[in-house]
Write a protein that binds this ligand. Structure first.
Ligand SMILES: C[S@@+](CC[C@H](N)C(=O)[O-])C[C@H]1O[C@@H](n2cnc3c(N)ncnc32)[C@H](O)[C@@H]1O
Length: 239
């Protein structure tokens, strides 16, 4: 586990929702749609942060079902707990934990979701992260992971260079009126470039291999926004 990310998210926890709430809510919809049936399921959200995604799941599963959000940053979790209390969502718990050390017993959850967090795990720890998800998942359970990935080295180069990114969008005839917004939005572009340059984003192939090696079956990885294939959703099952 990286102290660098814990310190970073501890330090930005108070402002996180101002910057990211709308974006993370959109990502929550992608995950909810990708999960299929969630009623009657115990759901774990890894790298839950301020709980934006976990809370959306908790509002949609049954009252008897449970959502657990884990994160390495206690400051992010503090905000998540406060929000759950304020909006009166009771079927949710937040705990300190990480991809490689999940504070749950074997075969105890039906679905594991995660958004924008796996790329904080070092390449040499990613296989362990998938093995740990496998351990806590019930037989028949599934993982749905949304994260930054790249298809090949050419795409990786585009995502770490704002000029290349702009040229690529021009080349594919990306609408001019959406260009500035797309480049400026993130946090889209600045966040995207920083994420690909400074964090542990890996290729779609590498991530698929970790999932396979950990034992997952039926692995499918789909891009979420085609003109800019930077974010992907991985779905897989423990059979
Ligand atoms: C960009 S935020 C995403 C938060 C939330 N999933 C969302 O979409 O709003 C990444 C989160 O991952 C957490 N994180 C980083 N490394 C982690 C690890 N190894 N295990 C669990 N969480 C981790 C960070 O503390 C942070 O809260």
């Amino acid at each position: 586990m990286s102290d660098k990310f814990k310190e970073h998210f501890d330090s930005i926890a108070e402002e996180y929702d101002d910057e990211r709430e709308d974006f993370s809510k959109m990502e929550a919809m992608v995950l909810i749609y990708s999960c299929g049936k969630i009623k009657g399921c115990k759901i774990l959200d890894i790298g839950t942060g301020t709980g934006i995604i976990a809370l959306e799941f908790a509002k949609r599963v049954g009252n008897e079902d449970e959502v657990i959000g884990i994160d390495i940053s206690e400051s992010m979790l503090k905000i998540a707990k406060k929000k759950a209390k304020e909006i009166g969502v009771n079927n949710i718990k937040f705990k300190v934990g990480s991809f490689t050390n999940i504070p749950l017993t074997n075969e105890s959850v039906d679905i594991i979701v995660s958004s924008a967090a796996l790329h904080h795990v070092k390449p040499q720890e990613k296989l362990n992260a998938f093995k740990e998800m496998w351990r806590v998942l019930k037989i028949g359970g599934r993982i749905v992971i949304n994260d930054a990935m790249y298809e090949n080295e050419e795409w990786r180069s585009i995502f770490i260079d704002m000029d290349l990114l702009k040229r690529h969008l021009e080349k594919i005839g990306f609408p001019k009126e959406r260009m500035d917004m797309t480049l400026g939005l993130t946090k889209t572009s600045v966040g995207l470039i920083g994420t690909f340059r400074d964090e542990y984003v890996e290729s779609v192939g590498a991530i698929k291999k970790y999932a396979e090696e950990a034992g997952f079956k039926g692995i499918k990885i789909k891009v979420t926004f085609k003109p800019l294939p930077a974010h992907w959703v991985l779905k897989a099952k423990k059979l």
